[in-house]
Design a protein around this ligand. Structure first.
Ligand SMILES: Cc1ncc(C[n+]2csc(CCOP(=O)(O)OP(=O)(O)O)c2C)c(N)n1
Ligand SMILES: [Mg+2]
Length: 573
């Protein structure tokens, strides 16, 4: 089969055939022929962002929510480099994205030509595929393999294409295309035996559910019911495990609350399901641990485990539930549930002072007024914590933050891609003032690309999460203050609806107005700066160092800070 089409056409066609709908980026010399092929193709839309990092986040957000391919394309050197942080986030969230990283022409390679940067060693560390097309005959095969790797291994695939290759035509064009699978994967009968034996001992059994529980909700619930086991969840399992689940006890870790902490740390047997939780201090000291994961490399990676089972959570739980004895004692699950519900009640904040809006009460108001099928994103920093704790998952709602890569400035860029993919759904980006201002230029994209996104700014005039870290370590907080403009006015200048809220009584009506606005809208809310994100079990060392901070602050003439910190966190409830 020979082709009249050039490499650019072939790549576009192959990636669109694999399900891609959009390509995010900024045009320029070495990708101009690629973007021209997109212009000529009816199935793929070019989304013109102002900064490639935003394009990387947006493609990742779209791919994460749709589980379909999204694309980015960058010019050689700086253009493709700018994507790095957005795409590292996409990769570590498991989003299937293909980056077309164009490169200087083949005749100019390797001689330090202007704009020559080799993308391979940069993207090789966080990608599922990273290869170059150096001959036009490779185009369809390489594009298909990149798409297949992104979709099946769930991550970012990088295709490096020298600018001159795009216009060349292959001598033959075989019908390579991306294949997708959904196999049944579970351990063999013998491998189940030690796990069943351990679970049949009974006692305090807990489940710790991770992102591998996507598409396995009913199987996990059935197993929890049979074992009468509390289910704690990692932040990335929230959407699948929290909704309408009589066994759930919330998160453990620094973002968690007492129920989840207690269920994981103090059980006799811990069943880890598709769970990649990295913080060793929150694992139990004595329990027997059984770990289920589709990837053998994950078994025993985060904490030593006794029994490993390789399989999907869905298929392995389905089989396990049929093999284990029913546990009828409900004391353990009741105890963990009580702790969870008590802690949740304690953490709800209602301001007694009209001029002091707590970020928690802003989030509770968003939870109350947000649509039943709203999609929320939150910036790395404290907005992520408020979203995970106070936005209730109901099975239709979705949430996304940067939970493994841990970057700032992800929320509204990810939401751009999500809103593009779901133009009719309510998409809410919960931004820090630090996060928003880090990548502010793409607010212009909301107007230009007609993205009716709803942005809320948790405006605490600081890099608040870091301020807290510094205080907890007994340091004097430094370099964390932010001198901000009025974000509502800034939004208006950029062609977006904007409003500012400074007093509690204005909050709920302003949220209604903002959510009802037909088009992009930004709500700037002045929230309390001195808010502690309390870990579920504050280690005595942390209390001591917060006290040390107080002493240092007083000695440095910052008595007012200490009084505010104490007032905000201990006298407000
Ligand atoms: C790109 C990047 N730079 C720096 C950090 C370190 N960091 C984590 S949270 C944070 C502060 C976030 O401030 P803001 O967006 O205002 O949210 P807040 O915590 O104040 O609500 C910083 C600087 C990071 N995670 N990512
Ligand atoms: Mg802030």
């Amino acid at each position: 089969m020979s082709s009249h089409r050039n490499v650019a056409d072939i790549i576009v066609e192959t990636l669109a055939d694999a399900g891609a709908k959009r390509c995010y980026g900024v045009v320029g010399d070495t990708i101009n022929h690629f973007t021209d092929a997109i212009r000529r193709n009816d199935d793929l839309e070019w989304v013109h962002v102002r900064h490639e990092e935003v394009g990387g986040f947006a493609a990742g957000g779209e791919a994460y929510m749709t589980r379909e391919l999204a694309l980015c394309a960058g010019t050689c050197g700086p253009g493709s480099l700018h994507f790095v942080n957005g795409l590292f986030e996409a990769h570590r969230s498991g989003s299937p994205v293909v980056l077309i990283a164009s490169q200087v022409a083949t005749k100019d390679a390797g001689i330090g030509f202007p704009q020559d940067v080799d993308p391979k060693p940069i993207y090789a560390q966080y990608s599922v595929f990273c290869e170059s097309i150096v001959n036009p005959d490779q185009a369809r095969r390489m594009a298909a393999l990149a798409a297949q790797a992104a979709l099946t291994k769930k991550g970012v695939a990088v295709l490096v294409v020298p600018g001159d290759i795009f216009t060349q035509k292959p001598s033959q064009d075989l019908p390579f295309r991306a294949h997708r699978f959904d196999p049944i994967v579970r351990p063999n009968a013998e491998e189940f035996v030690p796990a069943v034996k351990q679970l049949n001992k009974g006692g305090k059994i807990s489940i710790f559910a991770g992102s591998g529980c996507e598409n396995a909700r009913s199987e996990v619930m059935a197993l929890a019911a049979k074992l009468n086991a509390p289910v704690a969840w990692t932040s990335r399992a929230k959407d699948f495990i929290e909704p309408d689940n009589p066994f759930q006890v919330g998160m453990t870790g620094v973002f968690g609350l007492a129920g989840g902490y207690h269920a994981v740390a103090e059980c006799d047997t811990l069943l880890l399901l598709g769970c990649n939780f990295a913080w060793g201090q929150f694992y139990p000291e004595k329990a027997s641990i059984i770990q289920v994961d589709i990837d053998p490399q994950q078994i025993g990676k985060r904490h030593p485990v006794e029994i490993g089972l390789v399989g999907s959570v869905r298929d392995t739980c389905l089989a396990l539930a049929k093999m284990v004895d029913e546990q009828t004692d409900t004391r353990w699950v009741d105890n963990c549930r009580k702790q969870y519900l008590d802690a949740l009640g304690n953490d709800a904040h209602e301001s007694k002072d009209d001029t002091l809006i707590h970020p928690q009460e802003l989030t509770l108001a968003l939870d109350e007024q947000g649509a039943d099928d709203a999609i929320f994103t939150a910036d790395g920093g404290s907005p992520m914590v408020w979203m995970l704790r106070h936005i209730h998952a109901n099975g239709q709602r979705r949430t996304l933050s940067s939970l493994v890569h841990g970057t700032m400035a992800n929320a509204y860029p990810q939401a751009i891609g999500i809103q593009k993919a779901f133009p009719k759904r309510q998409v809410i980006a919960m931004c820090g003032d630090g996060g928003l201002t880090m990548l502010m230029g793409d607010l212009l994209t909301l107007k230009q690309e007609k993205v009716p996104l709803k942005i809320v700014v948790y405006n605490n005039s600081s890099l608040g999460f870091v301020e807290l870290e510094q205080k907890v370590e007994g340091l004097l907080d430094s370099y964390t203050g932010l001198e901000n403009p009025d974000f509502d006015k800034l939004a208006q200048v950029m062609g977006i609806w904007g409003k500012r809220v400074e007093e509690t009584h204005e909050l709920k009506p302003a949220i209604t107005e903002w959510l009802n606005h037909d088009g992009p809208a930004l709500l700037d809310v002045k929230v309390n700066r001195m808010e502690l994100v309390m870990p579920p079990k504050v280690a005595s060392g942390e209390v001591a160092s917060t006290a040390l901070y107080s002493t240092k602050a007083v000695l440095n003439g910052r008595m007012e800070d200490v009084v505010d910190l104490v007032k905000s966190n201990f006298f407000k409830r």
